[in-house]
Unconditional design. Sequence first.
Length: 91
Amino acid sequence: MGFVVITYKIFPSDIIEDFGPLKKRIENNLPEFATVHGYGEEPVAFGLKALLIQIKFPEDKTGVLDEFEKKIETIEGISQVQTLMVRRISR
């Protein structure tokens, strides 16, 4: 069985110095079978940074990506979510 790793670019609703609390809120909203594969930060402009997050989902689950993407957009502190990359991995 393979996995799908999706990279999201998450724009906070305000300038954030520490993404720790936002990461925790995102992790708390993950489906039980999904895991965080990695984090990163990307400067946007004027002190604003975007959070990059890679989330690993089993490829045999259907409909969970749309459900998760709708859910993540409603998390407090998030203004916008972009899907940057979707790739399949074997482990």
